[in-house]
Ligand binder design. Structure first.
Ligand SMILES: Cc1ncc(COP(=O)(O)O)c(C=O)c1O
Length: 425
């Protein structure tokens, strides 16, 4: 006997089942815990800026530096070519030509041969980190991260339900004495640390670069405690006066260090191309864990065209100059406006950020809110502090037009004075 199908009745039933249902009823533990929580970098929603907002709260390249023309030419070239690779699926480790380019570059600064089979291209360095932790981490595995830290990566760690321990950062980078204490404690507990995460050059948010001596100590500890180092070199190319010390991977001869890199900070965040550099056996493992039917081939082929036609070096030299100038304008304006009465900071030698500590008794939330009210958006340090209280703000200078930076800092100085004088918004 056939039952008559009533689409309206079915739709009503489905609506009843799904309409008001919280996604938490089907989310896994990692996603369920995040659902409905605020973003790490949200600005206070209940504060209305009194002037058009000057935005120093985002780590993306200078808008005028984006190589739009070069990428326009690259698009015409790859689409005009006699093959259809730019519009086909692409599997495996990513275009050989890009990996060759990376290999040549890396060979020039490394003390061991960095062949093309040491690279896997990914959707940005966050895609790289995601792939690495999905391939290596079981729920409950222990990862040590620097703190303060770029929270996006912690999102990746939380997404695979890692347990995370934190180590501070000082002027020389990750504090290895603290790390050793954690490594020992975790070993005693029978839950050895699996991965140590560091942003070794021009760290986000502190701007600090790990000294050579610390690099040696870190590698020694990682070896003694059998942990893998995950080095996020998102900002390594963006030095102002001199390149950072030898990379962790190079010191290690390519053993026990997985490095991730990205074109997001040097070229553009929208192209979404990053990479993993690791031992070929690990790269083979990561490649097999990729189920996304490859990457965006059009973007990759355009980038390839840009790289093999020598677009990168002049571009990166030009953007270094832009960011060096912006840093100088920013720090000069901070001095000129007397911001040092309220904040302490370290002069960044590369990268995108000034990490400024509030002097007592200035209070972070009050300053963050007052700054927004005065028309300058900066990041609250709390958004980079997974455990414990922050007393910092992060001032990101790369994207803001140079002409706006002085005004922005004047506003910050006003906000500091108002908060110090007891005003609140
Ligand atoms: C340290 C660090 N790693 C990774 C990323 C992610 O960059 P992308 O995925 O665009 O390469 C960022 C972005 O801000 C970052 O600061």
């Amino acid at each position: 006997m056939s039952v008559e199908f009533d689409p309206k009745e079915l739709r009503t039933r489905l609506e009843h089942r799904w309409g008001d249902r919280s996604p938490k009823t089907i989310a896994n533990a990692a996603a369920g815990a995040l659902y409905g929580t605020p973003g790490d970098w949200d600005l206070p929603a209940d504060v209305t800026p009194q002037k058009p907002l000057l935005y120093l709260a985002v780590g993306i390249p200078d808008a005028a530096s984006l190589p739009k023309n070069a990428f326009g030419d690259a698009a015409s070239a790859v689409l005009g070519e006699n093959d259809d690779r730019a519009l086909r699926y692409g599997f495996g480790q990513g275009p050989t030509e890009i990996r060759e380019w990376l290999s040549t570059r890396r060979n020039a600064e490394s003390s061991y041969p960095v062949d093309v089979d040491r690279f896997q291209l990914t959707n940005g360095s966050s895609g790289a980190i995601d792939l690495i932790v999905r391939s290596l981490i079981e729920p409950g595995d222990v990862i040590v991260s620097e703190s303060p830290v770029y929270m996006g990566t912690l999102h990746n760690f939380r997404g695979v339900q890692a347990e995370i321990d934190y180590v501070s950062v000082d002027g020389d980078g990750l504090v290895t004495d603290e790390l050793e204490t954690i490594l020992e404690a975790r070993r005693r507990e029978g839950r050895p640390v699996k991965i140590i995460y560091t942003i070794s050059a021009f760290q986000n948010p502190t701007g600090v670069t790990m000294s050579l001596e610390r690099r040696h100590k870190l590698l020694d500890l990682a070896d003694r405690f059998d942990a893998l180092i995950l080095d996020d070199e998102a900002y390594r190319d963006l030095w102002f006066d001199e390149p950072p010390p030898e990379s962790l991977a190079s010191i290690a001869g390519g053993h026990g260090v997985v490095t991730v890199g990205t074109f997001s900070k040097t070229i553009a965040t929208g192209i979404r191309v990053g990479w993993i550099e690791a031992a070929p056996s690990l790269i083979a493992l990561f490649s097999r864990m990729r189920f996304a039917m490859g990457q965006n081939q059009l973007g990759l082929r355009m980038l390839q065209h840009f790289l093999v036609n020598d677009g990168f070096d002049p571009h990166v030299e030009a953007v270094r100059e832009i960011y060096r100038t912006k840093r100088d304008v920013l720090l000069d304006a901070m001095a000129k406006n007397g911001v040092d009465e309220f904040l302490d900071w370290r002069r960044p030698l590369g990268g995108f950020y000034v990490w400024a500590e509030l002097k007592e008794p200035l209070e972070l939330e009050a300053l963050h809110r007052m700054a927004l009210f005065e028309g300058i958006a900066v990041n609250s340090g709390q958004g980079f502090m997974p455990a414990g209280e922050s007393r910092h703000i992060r001032i990101a200078y790369p994207w803001t037009p140079t002409a706006h930076i002085e005004d922005a800092i004047e506003r910050l100085a006003i906000a500091c004075r108002r908060v110090a004088g007891g005003k609140r918004v």
